[in-house]
Design a protein around this ligand. Structure first.
Ligand SMILES: *Cc1c(COP(=O)(O)O)cnc(C)c1O
Length: 365
């Protein structure tokens, strides 16, 4: 018996499932969703699993006007033994509350959220794709729903979780990306909302992303908002470099998002006794290291791609190619280890994988 009571209302009309061989990111959604409401004075209430459906909101709902919202992103994986694994999901719920706190959204019971997620996945279990490299992407988010045009924290919210089967990020082996360094627009500044996972950060990033795409670059590397000099992160990924045998990544300086993949990579490096440091890294230093023949690898880290090797940087009219545009051996090793743990193929000495027990599924039948 669990201490949480989550109402379950199953759909009577199951949707047609997409072809699991050709899934696109974020386009298909499962049969159910989780919803919980917040009302000032009452707190969070009515946690429920209901058929996936549109929301009805007042046009004055605060989310439409001032963007008070947060989100998370994680994945569930089906193992070869037909078990369902989540990767460090408690970290996502913890970060959700950190983002909530920055955006003045009331805290959510992390245990309840994780429990609700497991139940939701159990209800929609048949939507977890079983094709190599695929997974079930999970999108928890909170929106402010009070109808009010004054600028203040909302008195009402909805916490929602939706699920989306997604395809393999790499269809034919890991493919290094080309990245344009952005030196006009900035994503975040210290004291801003860069450390929170909030939609506004992404709205602010679209312009630079669009410009980069026009010139054939798939992602933007952001520099610090003050001096336009120090490396922060890439699109929706944290960034790592291997220089002269050492791995470096920008320190958590108050404007970078603390990625769970980033933390996991740091823990792996420690476990493998590979020297690393978290520090300030200027873009000059990277181009200089390349000129000196010491820049061995660069890669991004994030839930979507896990590891995304970087083959090229463009900055200030200069272009550098890293490791001949090929995936480096460390990038590959980290990728294989993390995806191996996520899929339950490799040993998990850190206890990162969380299994959704069959009894969780059974309890809600
Ligand atoms: C989500 C996100 C990341 C990656 O975080 P993970 O927990 O590793 O998925 C990195 N940067 C930004 C801006 C993000 O929103």
């Amino acid at each position: 018996m669990t201490k949480f009571k989550i109402e379950i209302n199953r759909t009577t009309e199951k949707k047609q499932k997409p072809q699991f061989e050709s899934l696109e990111f974020g386009k298909n959604f499962t049969d159910h969703m989780f919803v919980m409401d917040y009302t000032a004075g009452q707190g969070w209430h009515d946690p429920r699993i209901i058929p996936y459906q549109p929301l009805t909101l007042d046009p004055a709902a605060m989310i439409f006007h001032y963007g008070q919202s947060v989100f998370e992103g994680l994945k569930a994986y089906l193992t070869n033994d037909n078990e369902v694994l989540l990767f460090r999901p408690e970290k996502n719920m913890e970060r959700l509350n950190k983002s909530n706190s920055r955006l003045c959204i009331p805290e959510i019971d992390e245990e309840l959220a994780l429990h609700a997620l497991k139940e939701l996945i159990a209800v929609d279990r048949e939507w977890i794709p079983n094709v190599e490299g695929t997974s079930l992407y999970i999108r928890p988010f909170v929106i402010s729903t009070e109808p009010y045009l004054g600028v203040a924290p909302s008195k009402r919210y909805k916490f929602i979780m939706i699920l989306s089967p997604v395809g393999a990020y790499y269809k034919e082996g890991i493919d290094p990306v080309k990245i344009a360094v952005q030196n006009e627009y900035v994503r975040a500044v210290r004291g801003g909302t860069g450390t929170a996972k909030t939609g506004g950060n992404y709205a602010a990033s679209l312009k630079a992303q669009e410009l980069a795409s026009l010139t054939g670059y798939s992602q933007v590397l952001w520099l610090d908002g003050k001096e336009n000099k120090y490396i922060e992160e890439v699109g929706s990924m944290n960034i790592f470099f291997k220089m002269n045998g050492e791995v470096v990544t920008p320190e958590l300086n108050g404007s970078i998002l603390e990625g769970i993949t980033r933390s996991s990579v740091l823990e792996l490096l420690k476990y493998w006794n590979i020297p690393f440091s978290e520090r300030r890294i200027s873009i000059d230093e990277i181009f200089q290291a390349h000129a000196d023949g010491q820049l061995e690898e660069a890669f991004g880290t994030g839930t979507a791609a896990v590891i995304s090797p970087i083959g090229e940087f463009f900055w200030d009219n200069k272009k550098i190619i890293i490791n001949d545009g090929e995936t480096g051996s460390l990038s590959k090793k980290i990728y294989d280890t993390l995806t191996g743990i996520q899929k339950g193929i490799k040993p998990d000495p850190f206890g990162w994988s969380v299994k959704i027990e069959d009894k969780e599924a059974a309890a809600i039948k």
